[in-house]
Design a protein. Structure first.
Length: 276
């Protein structure tokens, strides 16, 4: 059955793909049928694109634990990032994440469908570029500039703090050092990132013993919203040692800082309220 679907896709690509590829190379007309197959792309597409041009969003778009646009996304068809279902929508732009669904994106590219790979920025400067680049690809560069300006203005309005030490901490002891959006957010408040201090790069693990011994002023703990913590990795976040040292703890919904968009301002506001 899978082979038949693939054969159908190649036949479809033979008749439709080359025309679409030629149109994409021309680069004159903005896309009219946009498909997002990535959660972070969903959020930016909803913020930037005309609703009438959005054909489909990813299956995660309506999950309130993951998506900041769950309410707006409920009116759109959802996809599972499969090449077959996306090709059937006849898109003139498909957006995937930089590190996800490579097989589907490669298949659609081979059929001539215009595919845009959304980067996962590791600092605020890269976030601005990501927003501007996607807005330009959608044919709405002014909206991209306006969104970047709004994010910057709201971040700049948050007050400065006295020097402190903080760290983002997730299930299994995962954390983010430098370069990362987490590091940039802490730096915005003049806080030293314990993960960066420990020599951790963009991603790494920080042993609980090291964290407790360092005694940061604030631990920003990643949560999944209303979902209960059930895995052994997540139980680490509730270890008694974290409470015994009386360190400030901020439960941060993952959706506020997992994507490079305006939700980072809400994450920053929570950090502002929690920092000493």
């Amino acid at each position: 059955m899978r082979g038949l679907a693939a054969a159908f896709l190649f036949l479809l690509g033979a008749s439709v793909g080359p025309c679409m590829a030629a149109e994409a190379q021309a680069g004159d007309a903005p896309p009219q049928r946009i498909v997002s197959a990535n959660l972070c792309a969903d959020r930016l597409v909803v913020a930037l694109a005309d609703p009438g041009k959005i054909v489909s969003l990813s299956k995660f778009a309506t999950d309130p634990n993951l998506s900041t646009v769950a309410d707006q996304a409920r009116g759109f068809p959802l996809n599972h990032a499969d090449a077959e279902e996306i090709a059937a929508l006849h898109p003139d732009l498909v957006i995937f994440g930089q590190y996800t669904q490579k097989a589907s994106s490669d298949m659609l590219k081979s059929l001539g469908y215009p595919v845009y790979m959304l980067p996962h920025p590791r600092d605020l400067a890269a976030m601005r570029k990501t927003i501007r680049d996607l807005a330009a690809r959608l044919g709405v560069p002014g909206r991209g500039e306006a969104l970047v300006a709004d994010i910057d203005a709201r971040l700049d309005a948050l007050p400065a703090h006295k020097p402190s030490r903080a760290v983002f901490y997730a299930a299994g002891g995962w954390t983010a050092g430098k370069p990362s959006l987490a590091d940039d957010l802490l730096k915005h408040f003049g806080a030293v990132n314990l993960a960066t201090e420990a020599g951790i790069g963009a991603n790494g693990t920080l042993p609980l013993e090291t964290l407790v011994a360092a005694g940061p002023d604030l631990i920003v703990v990643e949560t999944m919203g209303d979902k209960r913590q059930v895995s052994l990795a997540e139980q680490l976040l509730d270890h008694p040692a974290l409470a015994e040292r009386n360190m400030r703890r901020l439960d941060m919904p993952m959706k506020l800082w997992d994507c490079a968009d305006s939700a980072l301002v809400d994450a920053a506001r929570l950090i502002d309220e929690a920092l000493p």
